[in-house]
Design a protein around this ligand. Structure first.
Ligand code: 13P
Length: 264
């Protein structure tokens, strides 16, 4: 299926710092079996997992060997390509492991690792250099929401992240209000739509109308199988970035099977 605007829905699971490579293999196996048992149509919704770096090779091997309908990516990358950057991981290495995507600018990196809009932009450009699709995370804290209102911070972060990106470059934007991450406090579908539309406007300013129409915009923050349908009904929400619920294969499969909840 596609959304009304022709964008393929995208359900992404950010494992954060959970699951070692053996646990990661077990989760991907269970997820793949659950989807298969449920008769999941692999063309209908794109599903991706974002394991820790140390799991990626194992996840790649499993997905390739069993031809599972799953994409994968990393949770971060270095803004640099190679050299004396102890502990950093180059986009080149991620591309060599078959990663399609890479998360950039997650709020846990912005707040916990001091990642500024400039760093996020440098990482986006690094991802693009290596043929990885950046999944750019934007979102406001509760204090920023009170001070600047809905959409202002996510729009400014989107513009900054896309500086210097050439039109025609595929990107994904994930709106994750910081106050909704891991808290059980979920944004309303209407708010997600309002911010999604504003983000699409920002993409249009930077990359043009065609790219804005093609760009998938996700909502993230306490997404579960019980609330996904409300978000997916919104014209400017094309999927979800799921944290906690992506660690439970049955629950994550339930989210990916949202078309059933929509009755389509
Ligand atoms: P939760 O789904 O656990 O709220 O996390 C959201 C998130 O941060 C995904 O990147």
């Amino acid at each position: 299926m596609t959304t009304d605007a022709g964008r393929r829905p995208f359900i992404a699971g950010n494992w954060k710092m959970n699951l070692d490579h053996l646990q990661g293999i077990a989760l991907v196996q269970k997820l793949a079996w659950t989807l298969k048992d449920a008769g999941f149509d692999r063309g209908s919704v794109e599903i991706a997992v974002f394991p820790p770096f140390t799991d990626i090779r194992s996840v790649q091997t499993l997905i390739d060997a069993d031809d599972h309908a799953l994409a994968y990516g990393a949770q971060d990358l270095s803004p640099h390509d190679s050299g004396a950057y102890t502990g950093d991981v180059s986009g080149q290495f991620l591309a060599a492991l078959g990663c399609t995507y890479v998360l950039i600018g997650h709020s846990e990196r912005r707040t916990g690792h001091g990642e500024t809009d400039e760093v996020v932009n440098a990482k986006v450009l690094a991802a693009v250099r290596h043929g990885l699709v950046p999944v750019i995370c934007v979102g406001e804290t509760e204090a920023e929401l009170e001070e600047h209102g809905t959409s202002a911070v996510p729009v400014a972060q989107t513009r900054a992240a896309l500086a210097g990106v050439a039109p025609g470059t595929p990107v994904v934007i994930a709106y994750e209000p910081v106050w909704a991450i891991g808290t059980g406090k979920v944004a309303t579908p209407e708010t997600a739509q309002q911010v999604g539309a504003a983000i699409r406007g920002a993409v249009q300013e930077v990359l043009g109308a065609d790219d804005a129409a093609a760009t998938r915009i996700l909502y993230g923050g306490s997404v579960k199988s019980g609330n996904i349908a409300g978000f997916m009904r919104q014209p400017d929400v094309d999927g979800a970035l799921v944290g906690g619920a992506s660690l439970d294969p049955a629950e994550f499969a339930g989210i990916a099977r949202f078309p059933q909840h929509l009755g389509v």
